[in-house]
Design a protein around this ligand. Structure first.
Ligand SMILES: [Mg+2]
Length: 181
């Protein structure tokens, strides 16, 4: 992975950035032909310290299923992910090793890339992974800042990525935007 400054500036910019999954313009997603929404789990749908989805998230996802095929893609282990999604009746990929390509390929073998959007809270896993596959990706702010040590490691790298992007006027934390088309 070559993360030179120039490359980061053009490569790591999310297509859209929202405060949380509720703020995303799903009508627009539908309008631009998105049929499959692939959600990250930890700190996108649920905090690391919780084991069950909050009711507002659960209801929201179930409601989204009327309009989209919802897929879950998490780096967490099967036990945690399957417990979280148990009553959602959605396809779930766990131990995904984002940003590695392997599990993205599994999903993209099934669905048309142009009709997919990935949603997550981390630059070094969610954004980098989707961008490497040339997929649309939406960043959301993390739900909580309580994170395990391996996530803290990714956040250190993320800090530098955001710094570079900020310098290039491509991204600034808490300045939300939607450049999806
Ligand atoms: Mg996450």
């Amino acid at each position: 992975m070559n993360l030179s400054i120039g490359k980061v500036g053009n490569f790591m910019v999310p297509n859209a950035y929202f405060k949380n999954i509720f703020e995303i313009d799903y009508k627009k997603l539908k309008k631009i032909g998105i049929k499959n929404i692939i959600f990250d789990v930890d700190n996108t749908l649920i905090s690391y310290t919780e084991k069950e989805l909050k009711e507002e998230y659960r209801k929201f996802i179930i409601n989204l299923k009327k309009d989209f095929n919802i897929i879950i893609m998490s780096n967490s282990l099967s036990e945690r992910v399957l417990e979280i999604v148990k009553d959602l009746d959605v396809k779930a990929y766990y131990s995904s090793m984002k940003p590695l390509k392997k599990n993205y390929k599994k999903i993209l073998n099934k669905y048309n890339k142009e009709e997919c959007v990935f949603i997550g809270d981390q630059f070094m896993t969610d954004i980098l992974g989707a961008k490497r596959m040339k997929c649309k990706v939406i960043l959301v702010d993390r739900i909580s800042n309580k994170e395990p040590i391996y996530t803290k490691f990714w956040r250190v790298l993320e800090f530098f990525v955001i710094k570079i992007l900020k310098r290039k006027n491509k991204f600034k934390k808490y300045q939300y935007y939607d450049n999806l088309n």
